[in-house]
Design a protein around this ligand. Sequence first.
Ligand code: GLP
Length: 260
Amino acid sequence: MEVIIQPTAEAASLEAAKKVAAIVRSKPNAVLGLATGSTPLGLYRELIRMHRDEGLDFSQVTTFNLDEYVGLGAEHPASYHHFMWQFLFSHININPSRAHLPDGLASDIPSFCGRYEQAITEAGGLDLQILGIGADGHIGFNEPASSLASRTRIKTLTERTRSDNAHFFAPGEMVPQHVITMGVGTIMEAREVLLLGFSSRKAEALAAAIEGPVTQMVPASVLQFHPKATVLLDEAASGNLQRADYYRHVYANKPVWQRI
Ligand code: GLP
């Protein structure tokens, strides 16, 4: 796991965008795993700018999102479908038939989840999975105590996650109890993983994920076993890391060929 600490979330988002762009340029039909939430917004803004100003081409890219709320259709303003079109897909030249998200209105959820896994496999697997992290260490919607071998499936949200995500919903609107999420095992099969963590609100979860024991109680900690995982943090999010100075030292002294 490579840990990169940047002064601000903006700077870290630019680094993340460079990594995504490098993959898309070297493999125009790359398969990207995408995330929602406030964390990847700066990354998406920069990808849109690169598309507009530098011609970064998404026409052959395939995407799979991590998760979706059960019961919310694509038109619902708090659905992750809506989020992705609002903050990324409408502003780049992605082929809509290649932009996949779990279907929150699927009538047979287990069979939908099986087909979602199959579609990822048939696309050739994920070249890069973008991740945020929940304040409790969840990735996707894999809450603490999720099996580290889990696949795409239905999950029940914790009350903490529901309240953390309530700001995406209209005042007084209920945050759904259930979601469909890629599993921890699904995420671990991505050839590369890029976890973004910003703000002091994430510092505790990030320290547990990066430096704590690997445990299903902190699902993000399993990334310690991933062969190619990068964690991009802002200063505030790195506040609880014991080895922060070392990670900075490593990054400052990297050979040029090893940089993003
Ligand atoms: C949700 C999403 C996660 C995301 C997390 C953090 O639970 N399912 O993928 O990482 O929120 O959200 P934020 O980036 O808004 O802090």
